[in-house]
Design a binder for this molecule. Sequence first.
Ligand code: EPU
Length: 426
Amino acid sequence: MTAVQRRGPRFTVQGGAVLRGSVRISGAKNAALAFMCAALLTDEPVTLENVPAIRDATSLGELLTSLGATVDRPAPNTLRIDAGEVNVYEAPSELITENRASFQVMGPLLACHGYASSVPPGGDVIGQRPIDVHLGGFEAMGAVVTREGEHFVARAPEGGLRGARIFMDYPSVSGTQNVMMAAALAKGESIIVNAATEPEVQELARLLNAMGAKVSGIGQQIMHIEGVERLHGTTFRVMSDRIEAGTYAIAAAMTGGDVTLEEAPVDVMDATWAKLEATGATIERLGESCVRVSRSGPLRAISFQALPYPGLATDLHAPMAALLTQAQGVSIIHERVFDNRMLYVGELRKMGAEIVSTGSSAILSGPAPLHGSRVRALDVRAGASVMLAALVAQGTTTVEEITHLDRGYERLEEKLRGLGAEVERS
Ligand code: EPU
């Protein structure tokens, strides 16, 4: 028994490597998870290709199975989901609290079966993560939503959900996805006003259309959905993960490396490219899904805001902060999506970063020499931030609680090692 208790598996990172080579970007977590829920909208099989092998997808697969769906893996990164036998409409609490996306079973269950029940979803503790936008959308379509103990219970009206004009207080990503899925099978037209426009939302709309839905205004803040009687099965490929791609791009720039990202969603990452260029990185588009990121000169301090799409993604806030610890001058970050995305700050400070946070802003002075430390991956992206910092730190860093990283990054250590980093899992 050691004096200090160990918190599950960990990464040990030897700092100092310059990343070079190429890395293939995996399927997008936040698209794949929504797609898996969308499979509940039909009694025919839905085959999803390019699903990342991450813990969030595994736990959501378990959740779908517990509802009565069959989830097969006919090939690596391919899931075949058959919801023809779904007969449980209450999501088990222990699986719902595993991740945020699981709450998106509510819309499909409500639309298909007229009833859905769930405790509030889990996910990273990155601020208050209300679900009023989701529930308000269901209510606008005629559902009655009640709180029964810890559960939110939604019941469709006699005759099923009715299309409605739905104003969202905030363009919530999973809220838009949840309501869009419910509206796909409602009677009549729904108009979502102030819809999220994130690429993962757009791709869900395209998947729904491939299943026979009638969604238009894709990528716009006002989206139209003409409800249909039924949806059918399809085969659909999950888009590449812009956050994973951004994380490796930042790693390349941060280490003064030269990395080619293959199968990257280059065209939906303008904010990332603009901000990395401002820090002194060189971005060379080699094709619609291939981009080379390198840096030879010094890193410059920048300011940025984390915003809904097409602004710089909040999920890249913490990774970008790691890079800015090495930039010459004072950088300022404003987080404008979540109210607690600063968990990485304390961990980077342990490594020597000069960073302070004031509410939703962080101020960094650099370059600050970082030293190997024992740190924690406190959420998926805070974890990515400390991993990046570890790459440039002097000495060895131990990153604990890496189950958070496993939730969102496929084969992280393998991919980093492929680029020359020294990373071990133990
Ligand atoms: N919000 C509300 N009411 C709601 C829902 C959200 O006020 O009913 C507010 C939240 O409080 C927050 C803001 O809206 O301030 C954004 O939340 P949103 O609902 O858009 O986020 P989410 O759907 O919970 C998804 C991703 C997150 C990503 C955000 C923003 C999934 C499973 N998660 O979360 O991904 O940060 O959109 O782009 O799709 C991650 O991958 O690390 C991650 C956290």
